[in-house]
Design a protein around this ligand. Structure first.
Ligand code: NCD
Length: 317
């Protein structure tokens, strides 16, 4: 693997191989000494043109636990805010000898542009581009589901027969897109539930069922309910009447949560709008995987950086 740009292009074998390496990384995270020497001497640049807390910190922790040198670059306070282009920024990174670039950008396709441009030799990891994809989030979600279902016997497995319902702001969600591709590649069935205004106009090319009745979808007792954040910062119009109305019709409130089977996992990529798309009781329950998702994110990102940056790029030892 040279770059990790989307899950759409990931084969089942490659996805399972990455999740299996992440299992090894998770085992390292349980040791007292969490660090591996694998990427010593390599430089990873975190290039964040959009705000982020957990994703940036997670990539930083992952790179450091592989002993890479990490440079954090956020567009605010950089020459990007003075109008420097992605190309100029990339050429700066190239001159500094970056081996890996983790990029989050408000424009869908920016990581692809960077990877294919020839401006840099580094391996590129997409950490979220516009409303397009967020592959490491989907990988950590798949990892979390697989671990909850299969525990110590997870290695080598996909998600065959697993029923996942993804709820909410699908329209603006790169997390939903990456999950639709990855989870179905791994054998899961994906159902999207949202108000029509928060679904893309055309989802016929997506390998997912679409529904408009949350209670009907939850009545089926899915294995996983994934609640998405209402991305107000991407909304320049009214997509629903008001917050109370949204929570009542589309939120995982106490009543809906109480009707779920105790085996249904409740997921959320964070940051959560508590009381809007998810009630505190659901978010903090033992069925919630929210904190596991964050912890697993480091293991999955370690796996991605390891697969991209170790080996053939230089001294494999
Ligand atoms: C997601 C993102 O940025 O796409 N968050 C994340 O990576 N933790 C989802 C979101 O912002 O709602």
């Amino acid at each position: 693997m040279r770059h990790l740009l989307s899950t759409k292009e990931l084969s089942r074998d490659d996805a399972i191989a990455l999740l299996d390496v992440a299992e090894d990384m998770a085992a390292v995270q349980e040791r007292e000494m969490k660090k591996l020497p694998t990427l010593r001497g390599r430089t990873v640049v975190n290039l964040f043109f959009e705000d982020s807390t957990r994703t940036r910190i997670s990539f930083e922790a992952a790179a450091k636990r592989l002993s890479a040198d990490v440079i954090n670059f956020s567009a605010k306070g950089s020459s990007v805010s003075k109008g420097e282009s992605l190309k100029d920024t990339a050429q700066t990174l190239q001159a500094m000898g970056a081996d890996g670039v983790v990029i989050r950008h408000h424009a869908s396709g920016a990581p692809q542009t960077l990877a294919m441009s020839g401006w840099i030799d580094a391996g590129v990891v997409n950490a979220g581009d516009g409303t397009h994809e967020h592959p490491t989030q989907a990988l950590l979600d798949a990892f979390t589901i697989r671990r909850r279902l299969h525990g110590a016997t997870s290695r080598g497995r996909g998600l065959d027969g697993v029923h996942v319902v993804i709820v909410g702001d699908i329209l603006h969600s790169r997390v939903a897109r990456s999950n639709v591709w990855l989870l179905t590649t791994l054998g899961a069935t994906v159902e999207l539930v949202a108000p029509p205004t928060l679904l893309p106009v055309d989802t016929t090319a997506w390998p997912a069922r679409v529904g408009y009745d949350l209670d009907a979808s939850l009545a089926g007792g899915p294995d996983v309910v994934m609640m998405l954040r209402i991305q107000a910062e991407r909304m320049h119009a009214a997509f629903f009447p008001n917050s109370r109305e949204y929570a009542r019709t589309w939120g995982l409130d106490d009543a809906r949560f109480d009707r779920l089977p105790p085996t249904t996992m409740v997921m959320h990529p964070g940051p959560m709008n508590r009381g809007l798309e998810i009630a505190a009781r659901a978010a903090d329950s033992p069925q919630s995987t929210v904190r596991e998702q964050v912890a697993n994110g480091v293991s999955v990102r370690m796996a991605a950086l390891y697969l991209l940056l170790s080996g053939e790029r230089g001294d494999a030892a």
